[in-house]
Design a protein around this ligand. Structure first.
Ligand code: SF4
Length: 444
């Protein structure tokens, strides 16, 4: 029986797509492999959003040439996802040892493309779009207790720096009843937490006239009895008062929101085509905090966008302090081929971007540490994800506010016994990026 391995880069949508690839391959008789050395098919599910992920991918795929020339010519190398969609046939020219290139709209064709490659035919097949919502495909979930549930794909926003509208296509919402039925089935299977996924979940339903919008979907999903709901990602301009009310009213909705601001200067936000101002963003935050006072907030910030001045950057630091974010994912701008911003010539020198980035990163660390210190002594119901990556005697769990907490595995127990369970955990210590705690009510 043939074995496959999937290397996943990038966002949660890609993680979910990889679960669908695994589901498809297993229904076609493939088994998972433990490493490249053990695999007959090696798949890269790629991300084109950041230059680093793109470079890493090309490096990793290039290094597999040795595997094929060093005695295993039959191994099939397939590249899918956003880089596959963007580069298509070009990838086969750059990396001739790649056998299959596929895009974001034709995951369902993966088994037949692999079959074609097995007969010695390198194949690049990328569709411009699809009417099918690919979540109809079988899925092998990474965890029994958690499921990604796509609710919309693609994006109509065209932020100047972003390749997503090109590689994922226009926004398409999934049928309301299909989402709710899927979550109800997941509840019956014992799933504890779902993450509703989309490039912009807040605009769910906008493309389907008369269909319920995101807040109504949240209410319907909560009514299935699923214990925990998270969602990603939200565009600030589409975060409605109804969604804010849902966050306040639905106990299953976790008190955490990732709301990418990207920049603190109105001039840069306009150049990015984000279609909100710092004032409207701050207004959203005020409304959120009025409705859910202890909500944790994280964001994405880009430093060094073309034309960014020192004064613009100071506005980012100022906004960061005003919101007092609990966490942020920070990036130095990198030009992406195929985006409107790639044509901008007012680039910020790398050393200036780096200095600004370092200042912001220090601020992010300080505020994250402060945020974590505030919850020491609190006991909360946390979802245990399993053993910590670094130490199998330590459990990793998530608080409702999405803070990572490490807890020693009780004497005589294994981490596996706790994976996917809800446990009362008392926070005993804070670090900048995680908490430490102890089980308060050992229910296993
Ligand atoms: S909202 Fe902007 S950043 Fe997000 S996926 Fe759409 S274009 Fe990209």
């Amino acid at each position: 029986m043939s074995r496959y391995i999937i290397h996943t880069f990038g966002c949660q949508m890609n993680k979910h797509d990889s679960e669908r690839m695994a589901g498809l391959l297993q229904t076609h008789g493939y088994m998972p492999a433990v490493s490249d050395a053990d695999a007959d098919v090696i798949i890269f599910n790629t991300c084109a959003v950041r230059e680093t992920a793109d470079d890493r991918l090309y490096g990793q795929v290039a290094s597999l040439k040795a595997l094929k020339t060093g005695g295993r010519p039959e191994v099939i190398i397939a590249v899918g996802g956003c880089v596959g969609q963007r580069d298509g046939e070009r990838m086969l020219q750059h990396l001739p040892h790649v056998d299959v290139v596929f895009g974001t709209h034709n995951i369902h064709e993966l088994p037949s493309l692999i079959d074609a490659a097995a007969y010695g035919r390198s194949v690049a097949r990328v569709l411009e779009g699809t009417e099918t919502f690919a979540s109809d495909l079988p899925t092998v979930r990474e965890h029994a207790w958690h499921a990604w549930v796509p609710i919309n794909v693609g994006c109509d926003n065209h932020c100047a720096y972003c390749i997503v509208p090109t590689v994922r296509g226009p926004e398409r919402s999934r049928v309301f009843e299909d989402v709710v039925t899927e979550v109800a089935a997941l509840v019956a299977e014992g799933v504890i937490e779902v993450t509703l996924l989309g490039q912009n979940v807040n605009s769910y339903g906008r493309d389907r006239y008369g269909q319920p919008r995101f807040a109504e979907l949240l209410h319907a999903v909560a009514a299935t009895g699923i214990p925990r709901i998270r969602f990603a990602t939200s565009h600030p301009k589409d975060l409605s008062d109804d969604t804010i009310r849902a966050l306040a009213e639905l106990p299953a909705l976790m008190p955490y929101l990732h709301l990418p601001v990207q920049h603190g200067s109105n001039a840069v936000l306009a150049a990015m085509n984000r279609r909100y101002t710092r004032e409207t963003y701050l207004d959203r935050i005020e409304r959120l905090r009025a409705a859910v006072p202890d909500i944790t907030l994280s964001t994405d910030i880009i430093v060094g966008f073309p034309g960014e001045t020192d004064a613009d950057f100071e506005q980012t630091l100022d906004l960061y302090d005003r919101v007092a974010f609990d966490h942020a994912f920070t990036f130095i701008y990198s030009s992406r081929e195929g985006t409107p911003a790639a044509a901008l010539t007012t680039t910020v020198p790398r050393e200036i971007s780096q200095q600004r980035f370092d200042r912001l990163a220090a601020r992010v660390r300080d505020l994250s540490f402060e945020s974590n210190r505030r919850v020491v002594g609190r006991t909360q119901e946390c979802l245990v994800e399993g053993a910590s990556r670094k130490d199998r005697h330590v459990l990793s769990a998530r608080t409702p506010h999405n803070r990572l907490v490490h807890v020693p595995v009780p004497e005589g127990r294994t981490a596996g016994a706790y994976a996917g369970t809800l446990q009362m955990i008392r926070v005993t210590g804070a670090h900048p990026w995680f908490l430490t705690g102890e089980l308060d009510n050992d229910a296993v």
